[in-house]
Design a protein around this ligand. Structure first.
Ligand code: AMP
Length: 216
């Protein structure tokens, strides 16, 4: 069974690779920002508070994140792929405690290593569909029509995908998330992947890494 953490700058391709792993190896994905956005869409007081942090590209406070994640983490039985969590040392320690208490030790932490310039190119070109949630990239994977998704839904750019917000998110990664690379390396869980390569090349690397982890 695979229990994975995907680590990397915003725009490193964690979403794309996570979907690929989920399909190929039959492991459910838990995408922290999607779980938080679900809460925002419910329009609750908690949702409103979460939104204030997310539109600024700041981390949502740990206590809220734990509350939202715990509910889902205890439901999944076929392993998990965590995308976007943990994002700081406190969260990593919380996850250690959770995995120990639930006999669900991590298999590996995949670190998708990508340059900041590549991140800007990827995220600034990103368009999302309001209806089906699919994402396009105007440079690499353009939609058939700049206004509409294949499903007919309207396309939009995420508020936190604007230049200044991306820089803020990169700063947050460098300051808060980067220390996790060392943290997981010391635990012998870290596998670094060159995520500057194209999507298919990264998929091949991911696939052979996971095959060998499952053979262990
Ligand atoms: P992402 O789509 O993964 O880049 O996340 C978008 C935003 O969701 C982040 O900028 C944060 O505001 C929030 N977020 C996602 N994951 C976490 C987390 N583990 N801790 C705190 N905030 C998070």
């Amino acid at each position: 069974m695979l229990r994975l953490v995907l680590l990397g700058r915003p725009g490193a391709g964690k979403g794309t690779q996570g979907r690929y792993i989920s399909k190929k190896f039959g492991v459910p994905r838990l995408v922290m920002s999607d779980l938080l956005r679900e809460e925002v869409h419910k329009g609750t007081e908690l949702g409103k508070e979460i939104k204030r942090y997310m539109v600024e590209g700041k981390l949502v406070p740990d206590k809220i994140v734990y509350q939202v994640l715990r509910k889902r983490l205890i439901e999944v039985k076929e392993g998990f792929i965590l995308d976007g969590f943990p994002r700081n040392l406190n969260q990593a320690e919380w996850l250690d405690k959770f995995t120990q208490e639930n006999n669900a030790e991590l298999t590996a932490v995949l670190y998708f290593n990508v340059d900041e310039i590549a991140v800007l190119r990827r995220i600034m070109g990103r368009l999302m569909c309001k209806k089906c949630g699919r994402s396009y990239n105007i440079f690499y994977d353009p939609p058939p029509d700049v206004r509409k998704c294949e499903c007919g839904g309207t396309l939009y750019q995420r508020e936190d995908d604007h230049y200044e917000k991306i820089l803020k998110r990169l700063d947050v990664f460098n300051e808060e998330t980067k220390p996790l690379i060392d943290y997981y390396a010391k635990k012998n869980l870290l596998v670094t992947i060159d995520a500057n390569k194209g999507i298919e090349a990264v998929k091949d690397d991911v696939s052979s890494i996971l095959d060998s982890l499952l053979r262990r």
